[in-house]
Design a protein around this ligand. Structure first.
Ligand code: PGA
Length: 252
């Protein structure tokens, strides 16, 4: 029997972009032209756009958030909990994006608390990891990835593997127009898979989708998506344009 092909994940990360009107127009345009059922297509949107979650879903798009706070409730002005995200229609959340790590000083310890809180509330977690340019040049990228995964997943049991997705996003490739080569992406995905295997055993680790992110555009998406070790893409800038996002969904 031929094994069924695993669906590929296409996840957009809108960052701090789009009003409700712009989000609605985008979803409408996608609905007009994409064959969404082929893949798992999802958008990590600003909190405000979660109010449109049913509209996204009606058009075949899963919707998630880009951050959360690990406490359940309380005096944490400006923060949003996992339960609140679920209540607003999010099914997943990005945690540990390099912009959160660098601009908002998020440590692996804080990221770990966020991961545990999101998983135990029932959200899928896309845990983002990736090395800096200097770490790559100095050959320290494996140590960096290993630490981000091991510390980020500290105390997370194997039963949560089916809610876990890992995105490998080298910092030097994010928003630079200089994506990783397919060889680098493959090498780092294989390395992340090995770390996950050490943590959870090979079978569980193989079930965790690994996404590549960093300067993905329609011209390079297909090559990444045809690699065995790459189970999907995390796309920033190109996910803001319905035209470009549709091309990627359709593997053009
Ligand atoms: P980019 O961003 O596609 O614009 O490089 C990727 C990301 O930050 O997730």
């Amino acid at each position: 029997m031929v094994a069924a092909l695993k669906p590929k994940w296409i996840v957009g990360n809108w960052k701090m972009h789009k009003t409700l009107a712009e989000a609605k127009a985008f979803v409408h345009e996608i609905g007009q032209s994409a064959a969404i059922s082929r893949d798992v297509v999802a958008l990590a949107v600003p909190f405000t756009c979660l109010s449109l979650s049913s509209y996204f879903l009606e058009h075949g798009l899963r919707v998630g958030a880009q951050n959360l706070y690990f406490e359940k409730s309380g005096a944490f002005t400006g923060e949003v909990s996992a339960e609140m995200l679920l209540d607003a229609g999010a099914t997943f959340v990005l945690i540990g994006h390099s912009e959160r790590r660098n601009l908002f000083q998020e440590t692996d310890e804080l990221i770990n608390k966020k991961v545990k809180s999101a998983l135990s509330a029932g959200l899928k977690v896309i845990l983002c990891v990736g090395e800096t340019q200097v770490e790559r040049i100095e050959g320290r990228f494996e140590a960096r990835l290993s630490k981000q995964l091991t510390d980020g997943l500290k105390g997370v049991g194997a039963k949560f593997c089916n809610q876990l997705i890992v995105a490998y996003e080298p910092i030097w490739a994010i928003g630079t127009g200089l994506p990783a080569t397919v060889d680098i992406a493959n090498e780092c995905h294989a390395f992340c898979r090995k770390v996950l295997s050490d943590l959870y055993g090979q079978e569980k680790a193989e079930g965790v989708p690994l996404l590549y992110g960093g300067s993905v555009i329609p011209d390079n998406a297909k090559e990444f998506l045809t690699q065995k070790e790459i189970n999907g893409l995390l796309i920033g800038k190109a996910s803001l344009s319905s035209e470009l996002f549709v091309k990627i969904i359709n593997y053009v």
